[in-house]
Design a protein around this ligand. Sequence first.
Ligand SMILES: [Zn+2]
Length: 244
Amino acid sequence: MENRYSRQILLDDIGELGQRKLNKAKVLVIGAGGLGCPVLTYLICAGVGNIRIVDCDIISESNLNRQFLYGPGDIGKEKVFTAKHYLNKQNPEVIIEAFNDRVNEDNIQRLIDGIDIVVDCVDNITTRLITNSACLEKNIPLVDGGVEGFYGFATVVKRDSACLECMGFYEGNPKEPAAVVGVTAGIIGSFEANECIRILLGYKSDLEGKFLQYDGKKQTIQKVHVKIDPNCSAHKRYNKLNSK
Ligand SMILES: [Zn+2]
């Protein structure tokens, strides 16, 4: 019988069983901006059944070169509720929870509670590092990605492989606002959605402990394997918690 998911169920990699896994899955998407729009759209279209979105931004005109869920009539509205409204129209079967909040050390535990996988779609290091530590601690896979100009990266963090801190992310002073080409955010967001779906289906991500770098000028992709840093404080903290 034909339904919304027929064309993906045809794949041996998905099938009826895989579709049921996606329908039951619970994903936290942090950020409903340039990366969040493609991530959320593809997860919703694929039938990922429960999606929690957190974002604290208001839609502005400068978002519209890449954040395709929104239009000029949405300027000034809360991003997270507007995203939920359009995504619900796209697929009413998906349960969407929207939190108009900024991720911090206090709320992250509540936000990841009961979640199967976290997808970071943010533009700042602080949120990445908070999410990174919480995911290591709770043993929840984390998909992360970022863009600047025509360049982007994507990676997957799990306990047994390098985390964002191992990869060299640290608190700094990135220039604000960063230049972003809309299509680059679309490409990296699509990579993130792809990894999220594959992990939910039970496959090992090929980006685990690897840093994928995308160059949109040369159309090249490089994957660099990163080892766990013995001095990584996030890994040390989780090891300590785990050995108790
Ligand atoms: Zn680490």
